[in-house]
Structures are given as structure tokens and as C-alpha cells.
Ligand binder design. Structure first.
Ligand SMILES: *Cc1c(COP(=O)(O)O)cnc(C)c1O
Length: 402
């Protein structure tokens, strides 16, 4: 279980039939379909009832009882002291960076292997993303490689850690838990502490994932979740900021609700805040979805186990399993090809999509996108390799019967 994302070197094999073998394995698991999307939401609980309640009472917009309840339920589930609901995961990340105190012109360390939202949020805060490498066995930032890299580029200037290549302060570390699998967050927290970095977690994909018994998104100052339509729990669109710090919670709430000073009738805003509120309608959907989270997690685990078993029979690919210490939500089940071979990866994607299975590659690494060309970056050999080896497979909880 330790070599999770990378195949053992002695297993590297050539299998020209891999694309068709993968299609056959997926068909064995989920049957023949017209089209199985990568991840579909499921509404089998109180969703209609709670949403109707909003419509019947007129409380559809940016305040309401479901927003309060959703924040409470979420904080309870994650064992975080506070949760602040937001319009989406991207706005949660942006507001979390500002709340933590990241300033314009400062650098924020982010993995190059992530969804665009992570880098966008850093840029919305007028900060500079600084791309770092991932590790093979979790897909997240490699703590030891990061520590060694920082030792080579950081210099102290008037008590601050400055990137001596750019002259900018390095202010924060923003790790991402990809596919719902935990990165080694405790080691990353130690690196953040050593280099005096604010730790903010992008746990957008990780609702329901625990590492050494702790829910992801609660190891640093702030953690962010997403409830987009393709995530494990959806509010249509939505996000949340988790924190254990009462002052940061109050500040995040204030910033995301237009920085309005509470008053019975006057409009006083004491700074330029954001309208990042989650509407009550969306929170209603979220409350119903959270009630069903344990059931969805159980079925996603069953689905992952089916994939793991069927892919064991395959030559040339295996399923990415939860890292040691991690109880994963298995949000997206991913196959890892033994060989980093782009043409083989694309042949597998072509075959799967052609057969009606909504498989997807990993994101294009952030450092290769044109608008990021001038941003600083560490050497990224592992990220480049993983990009060529990972394929996400249809992972909807509905693919497993209740
Ligand atoms: C989904 C996601 C987000 C946030 O996305 P929104 O669509 O804005 O809710 C951020 N980071 C990662 C890694 C994600 O997968």
C-alpha cells in the first residue's frame, strides 16, 4: 500500500491490448451503457422537501435557516469548530487566502497538479502562484522535496522568508488533496511550520476523507471544500471554509458577506468584501445531501473495491488506492498506467470514451498553461510523469445499487 500512485518498476510491461482490456474491465463493473459520466449527483433523500420549503417560505436567497444549519452540520461532520458556506469552492479559496492574511505580491506554494481553481484563487488575491512537485504515492505535494527545495531558494530578509530568485516573500502553502485521497498533511504542516508559511488546504475534493482520524481541511489555519455538481456532495454550486480559529471564522464570514457591519437597518461596510454567500436554496440541497453522505461513501468504497479487484487482472494498469493512514472518500476512482506513455494513455481514453465511459485524463499541469508561463516553479518531474499515467474512471455512487 505504500507505492500507491506509482507502479513498481518490475511491473512495467507493454500491453498493446490495454485499451480494450480496460474497456472490458469497466464493462464488467458497471455494465454496457449509453453514457456513464465521470461523476453524477444523486438525489434520493430530502432534497426536494427542503428546497420546496425554501420556495414555500420565500427564503430562497442569501440568508436563511438552511445556511445556518448547513454550516453547523458541516462543522460537526468535519469536527471543525467553524464552517462558513460560500458561493463555490473557488470563492472559498480566495476568501481563505485573504482571511489568512496573504498579501498582494506574495508567493503561495501550490501543486502544479491541481484544478485551475487553486491557481485562480491565488491570482484573485493578487498573490503569485509558485508551482511545486507532487509525490507518486499520494498525488499531493511531496513534503521532503518541498523542504529541500525551500532550503535552496529561501533567504531571510528582515525576518521574512523571501524567494531569493524573485525577491518576493513566500507567504503560504496551499496543498491539494486530489481525487479525495489525502496528501501527507501532517508532514506538510511541519514544513509549513518550519518555513513560517500559512497553511491553507484545498480539500475541495475531499469531503468525507480522514487522515489519521482527522477530517481533511482541518490541519492548517483554514481549509476549503467544494459542493459543485460533480463533487461527492453538491449544493448545485457551493463551497465552504473550515477553521478552528474563532477570529478567522468571524473574519471569513464578514469578508464573504460583503463586509457589512451588523445593524438593523443601515448599510455600513467597513472594507471591500465579497458577495460570496451561499443562497438558502443551495444550502437546503446541501443539508439533504449531507444526511446521505455516509451511505454515498459506503457505496463509493464498494465501487472502488470492484475496480481494484477487476484491474488486478489487467496487465499494464492498476487502481490508485488510498494512501497509508487515509480513509478516502474515493471521490474519483483513478487508474494508474504502468508506463508514462502519452500515446498509450490517449488510446485508453479514446477506447473508454468510445464505449460510453466518461473517462478523463488528469488536468494539464498549471505551469504549462499559457497565462502561468512567467510564474516561479520548482523542478516538476513527478507531476509530469503522473500526468501521463493517470486516468479517472466513472465514479458515481449510483453505479452501485443501494
Ligand atoms: C472542484 C475544485 C475546486 C473548487 O471548485 P468550484 O467549482 O469553484 O466549487 C477547487 N480545487 C479543486 C482541486 C477542485 O477539484
Amino acid at each position: 500500500m505504500s507505492e500507491v500512485l506509482t507502479g513498481q518498476p518490475d511491473r512495467v510491461r507493454q500491453n498493446p491490448d490495454l485499451p480494450m482490456a480496460m474497456v472490458a474491465a469497466v464493462r464488467d463493473i458497471i455494465g454496457a451503457v449509453n453514457f456513464a459520466p465521470l461523476h453524477e449527483p444523486e438525489f434520493r433523500g430530502n432534497e426536494k422537501r427542503y428546497v420546496s420549503e425554501c420556495i414555500d417560505t420565500g427564503w430562497v436567497s442569501s440568508v436563511g435557516a438552511f445556511v445556518d444549519r448547513f454550516e453547523r452540520d458541516l462543522a460537526d461532520y468535519c469536527s471543525a469548530a467553524y464552517a462558513v458556506a460560500t458561493a463555490n469552492g473557488t470563492s472559498a479559496l480566495h476568501a481563505a487566502l485573504v482571511t489568512a492574511g496573504v498579501l498582494p505580491g506574495e508567493e503561495v506554494l501550490v501543486p502544479t497538479l491541481t484544478f485551475i481553481a487553486t491557481a485562480n484563487a491565488v491570482l484573485y488575491a493578487s498573490a503569485v502562484p509558485h508551482f511545486v512537485d507532487s509525490e507518486k504515492h499520494t498525488g499531493g505535494i511531496d513534503p521532503e522535496a518541498l523542504d529541500a527545495y525551500l532550503a535552496g531558494i529561501v533567504e531571510q530578509r528582515s525576518g521574512r522568508n523571501v524567494n531569493r530568485l524573485t525577491g518576493r516573500p513566500i507567504a503560504a502553502l496551499l496543498p491539494v488533496h486530489i481525487f479525495g485521497h489525502a496528501c501527507r498533511i501532517e508532514q506538510l504542516a511541519a514544513v509549513a511550520e518550519k518555513w513560517n508559511l500559512l497553511l491553507i488546504e484545498d480539500a475541495a475534493e475531499a469531503l468525507g476523507t480522514f487522515y489519521n482520524g482527522r477530517h481533511l481541511g482541518t490541519a492548517g489555519k483554514l481549509g476549503c471544500l467544494s459542493f459543485n455538481g460533480n463533487k461527492i456532495v453538491t449544493t448545485g454550486g457551493g463551497g465552504a471554509i473550515l477553521t478552528n480559529d474563532p477570529e478567522l471564522a468571524a473574519r471569513a464570514k464578514h469578508l464573504t458577506t460583503t463586509a457589512r457591519v451588523p445593524h438593523r437597518w443601515s448599510f455600513i461596510h467597513d472594507e471591500t468584501g465579497f458577495n460570496y454567500r451561499m443562497p438558502n436554496l443551495n444550502a437546503a440541497l446541501g443539508c439533504a445531501q449531507l444526511e446521505r453522505l455516509p451511505d454515498m461513501l459506503a457505496r463509493k468504497r464498494q465501487l472502488a473495491e470492484l475496480y481494484i479487484r477487476h484491474f488486478r487482472e489487467l496487465d499494464g494498469a492498476e487502481i490508485v488506492m488510498e494512501p497509508a493512514g487515509c480513509e478516502s472518500n474515493y471521490w474519483l476512482v483513478a487508474a494508474r498506467l504502468d508506463r508514462a506513455d502519452l500515446s498509450q494513455r490517449d488510446a485508453c481514453l479514446e477506447a473508454l470514451v468510445g464505449a460510453g465511459y466518461g473517462a478523463r485524463p488528469l488536468w494539464t499541469p498549471m505551469h504549462r498553461l499559457p497565462m502561468h508561463a512567467d510564474f516561479p516553479s520548482a523542478p516538476l518531474p513527478v507531476a509530469e510523469e503522473l500526468e501521463h499515467r493517470l486516468i479517472c474512471l466513472p465514479s458515481s455512487p449510483g453505479l452501485v445499487a443501494t
